[in-house]
Structure formats: structure tokens, C-alpha cells
Design a protein around this ligand. Sequence first.
Ligand code: NAP
Length: 278
Amino acid sequence: MTLIDGKAVSAAVKERIKKEIEEKGLKIGLAVVIVGNDQASRVYVNNKKKACEFCGITSYEYALPEESTEEQLLKLVDKLNEDGRVNGILVQLPLPKQIDEKKIIERISPEKDVDAFNAVNVGKIMIGNYSFLPCTPAGVMELIKSTGTEISGKECVVIGRSNIVGKPMAMLLLHESATVTICHSKTSNLKDVCSRADILVSAVGKAGFVTADMVKEGAVVIDVGMNRNSEGKLCGDVDFDNVKDKCSFITPVPGGVGPMTIAMLMENTLRAGKLQSL
Ligand code: NAP
């Protein structure tokens, strides 16, 4: 078994972005909007700001109070859509319950939607003609490619069908000519389906969910899950200790998919800046 080092792959992507921005003298800006006091969101936002700093992208932070209204946030998004310094807009989710996330996502200009959650960008991904890839699935693709594994013709199983991970993940694998199965909570023969997979991607959100009997000998296992185990430690969906000896490559949590998500956000922001300057 070989560990897939997400930190190293992510560092290489960020280095490449930094170099391009420096060499071409590009001025790229990312607006990062956070509403409320969610501790996990604060950590994510700080990490995104740090990555911007490393890459030479200017980050503009907008921290709104927990009790902000939908109207206030929509107004801010409108302002950022018009702001020439801002190439990408990231609204950190989840939002407080009085704000409809869908309305906010749809209000972000598709050209600045660096998370690629907006229906226009989702549609473009579906038809394979996209400007931005959603960050987490795009990061997973980079990790799979870093192993040298051929994707074309492989059996790939994605567990999870969320709009931000499972569905776009399946679509990206399909674009690479894999045979893709998407599993979810109503899948009746999950173990059988998963154990067919040459490449197994788990995006469920349950610690210890993927057990060794669900994994084919020699499979590539990608763990998107971010959970806390009974001791409060960060862990993925995969029962790592028992699965690791069965597979050819596996991502650890932490240090696997997580760092890639931020690197791909940087990549999308750079791409947004370049497209807007055309
Ligand atoms: P989500 O919206 O809660 O989706 C979870 C999916 O898992 C759903 O499609 C659900 O099926 C499926 N599921 C739940 N129980 C199942 C079961 N018993 N058998 C089969 N499928 C089952 O979560 P998400 O936003 O996609 O995120 C998934 C995980 O990835 C979370 O741990 C999240 O924290 C993590 N994540 C990590 C990153 C990163 O950067 N590393 C980024 C995003 C998300 P139904 O649709 O049938 O309910």
C-alpha cells in the first residue's frame, strides 16, 4: 500500500500557481465571506486566506454577524460581483438558518463562482465544457492522477450523492471514461457494489463506514470524509487500519483530500482572473 500525500500534491499545485502569478505579474483577488461564528468555518476561512497569501492572491475578507439577513448578504454579493479587484467570490457554508444558501449561490456571478456551485457552472460540468471544477472533486482527480493510475475503463464507485461532492465527483470520473456507480443511503447491496471498485471514493461523513470487506484487493481508495471519532480525533469515512493493507493507494485523513480542496480553490481563482482579463 502507498499513502497518497495530499499535502505534497497540494503544495506542488500552489507552487505552480504562485510561480505563474509572479512570472506574469498577475493581480488576482478572492473575496472570502463568512457569516456568523462557526468555529470550523473560521478555521477553513483562515486556511484559505493563508493559501492566498502563499500564492500571491489578494484576499478580501468580509465577516458578517450571525444575525445578518439574507438581504444584507445578497447586497454584499451584488457589490462583489461588480468589484473589479475581485476575481473570485467564496461564501463559506453553512450559512445561518435565516439565509437561503441556494439564493446566495445563484446570485454569485458564474464568472466569479470559484466554488462552482452555481447552476450555470454545474450545468457546464455536466456537459463537459467547464471553466471551473468544484474544488473537492477536482482535488480528488489530481490525487488519483498523482498515483499514475489509468482511470479510463476502470470501475469507479462513489459513495455519496451530494451536489458538492458525490454528483460532480461521479461526473469527473465519467469524463475520464470510467464506468461509474453512485451509491447512497438507499443502495441495497452497498458492500457488493463497492467491492467491484478499482477506484473507490467515499463521501459519506461517517467514521469507520468503509470497512475492509467493501474494498477490492489492489483498489485505489480516496477518503473525502471529515469526521470526529469517539476520541474527538479528525478521521475520514474509511476504517484506515484495516483497509490500508488491501489497497494499492489510499488517502489519509487528515493530509489527503482536505489540502487539495484549498489548492483547487486557488487554481479556480487564478483561472477566473485570467478569463476575466481576456
Ligand atoms: P452530505 O451532503 O451529508 O452527503 C452524504 C452522502 O452520503 C449522501 O448522499 C448520503 O445518501 C450518503 N450516505 C449517508 N449514509 C449512507 C449509507 N449508510 N450508505 C450509503 N450512503 C450513505 O455530505 P457531503 O457534503 O457530500 O460531505 C461528505 C463528507 O465529506 C463529509 O464528511 C464532509 O465533511 C466531507 N467533505 C470533505 C471535504 C474536504 O475538503 N475534505 C469537502 C467537502 C466535504 P442520501 O443522499 O441517500 O442521504
